[in-house]
Design a protein. Structure first.
Length: 410
């Protein structure tokens, strides 16, 4: 251990004997700890929100979505099967297809809500296992729902908005405005009563307040596949290979155009662009808070030097060089910065632990039902190493002229 470090430790451990010096020391440590804690926690929450949005959208919309028409269904299925057999990226690629249409949902003939229906099969449940929470009603399960002709699953938030007069209502009217075409070419709407088989929750408000799920059997007497959107949802084994799979599909199949095939990121590019910008702004503001708290440390270092002027003068007379006086200041700044960072990371981890283990529910406007967070170790490493070094750098400025005039002033 070097002499400047020994002296710096001695100054710090003896600071408790002087109340004013001790107070300034703890204020400096508290300021750094608070700024590090804010950076640590808010970065984890921003990452958590971003990852949860990605998880939900990848699960509900799939990593790759191919939008097409009913007339192209058989050709695309054959092309995909060929791709699975012949292309290296297709061996572990899974998919399901689903019809979708916009319609109305209501409990009586006067009050209706807009909704979007997705016609699903067993592959939907298989590929979205553990992604969607489904609360089945008595007498229903996945198998019975798929076998039914008049069962419906309703998004949790959409169910809450239904104009029920009685909470025991178990049937709902679904109106398909594009059910069929008349001989003259006009669209014919059709309404059908469906039994509520359960309620699903993706954890994302925008989906839960818009979608309903209908089984494939409901198509027979209720909708014409030619008049609905047909989507193929493709799931690469490795999410990182999504873009490569898309390029391979575009190269191998002429029937698939760049407008038909989109990744989950492309479909939601405006959302993720806004999230990235928001995260960048937050991190810049938090980094400025860390810098401000560290800059305030320079005043504490100056107070230390003034308080220990006599001791430093004696040490200088015994041969302590000016450069070593500066090193004492740098070590004090480094140690205070390290202590502040340590307490900030520890209390931040404790706060995230509390958030994870308590039932925290957000308002519906946030789009989530629980507070998500995700810790990135790069952030921890950045804070642990950068903050003490930054504190050490700031500690240099109070000593620029102090060492030169130390002996002359006494």
């Amino acid at each position: 251990m070097t002499l400047p470090l020994k002296i710096a430790l001695r100054f710090l451990f003896r600071a408790y004997r002087e109340k004013e010096l001790s107070l300034f020391t703890w204020v400096a440590i508290f300021g750094i700890s608070l700024s590090v804690l804010l950076f640590f926690v808010i970065d984890a929450l921003l990452n958590g929100f971003s990852e949860q949005v990605k998880e939900i959208l990848v699960g509900f919309e799939a990593p790759l979505t191919l939008e097409t028409s009913f007339s192209q269904k058989e050709n695309i299925e054959k092309d995909l099967e060929t791709f699975f057999k012949n292309h290296p990226l297709g061996k572990n690629l899974k998919f399901y297809f689903a019809y979708e249409f916009y319609g109305l949902l209501g409990a009586d003939q006067e009050h209706f809500l807009g909704m979007k229906a997705r016609i699903i099969d067993d592959k939907f449940f298989l590929l979205n296992k553990n992604r969607n929470q489904i609360y089945w009603r008595d007498g229903f399960d996945e198998e019975m729902f798929l076998a039914s002709k008049d069962a419906v699953l309703i998004g949790e938030e959409l169910y809450k908005n239904l104009p029920y007069e009685e909470l025991t209502q178990d049937r709902i009217d679904v109106v398909n405005p594009f059910s069929d075409l008349s001989p003259s070419g006009e669209l014919i709407p059709q309404s059908q009563s469906f039994e509520i088989a359960g309620i699903f929750s993706t954890g994302y408000y925008e989906i839960d307040q818009l979608y309903i799920f209908l089984p494939q059997n409901s198509l027979k007497n209720f909708a014409d596949p030619h008049l609905m959107n047909l989507n193929f949802f493709l799931y690469p084994e490795d999410l990182q290979e999504t873009e490569n799979v898309k390029l391979a599909l575009l190269e191998n199949f002429k029937g698939v155009s760049s407008l038909d095939l989109q990744t989950w990121l492309e479909k939601n590019k405006n959302l993720f662009r806004a999230m990235s910008l928001e995260k960048l702004v937050f991190l810049l503001l938090l980094f400025l808070i860390v810098i401000i708290s560290v800059i305030n440390l320079s005043s504490v270092i100056r107070i230390y030097l003034l308080n220990k002027k006599k001791a430093l003068a004696v040490l200088s007379s015994l041969g302590l060089e000016v450069s070593e006086v500066r090193k004492i200041s740098l070590w004090i700044g480094f140690l205070l910065g390290a202590l502040g960072t340590f307490f900030g990371v520890v209390f931040g981890s404790f706060l995230l632990f509390c958030i994870q283990h308590m039932s925290s529910f957000l308002p519906e406007a946030y789009g989530f039902t629980e507070i998500p967070w995700r810790l990135e170790w790069q952030t921890v490493v950045l804070l642990v190493f950068l903050t003490p070094i930054l504190a050490m750098g700031v500690s240099y400025f109070p000593t620029r002229d102090f060492g030169k005039t130390l002996i002359q002033e006494l």
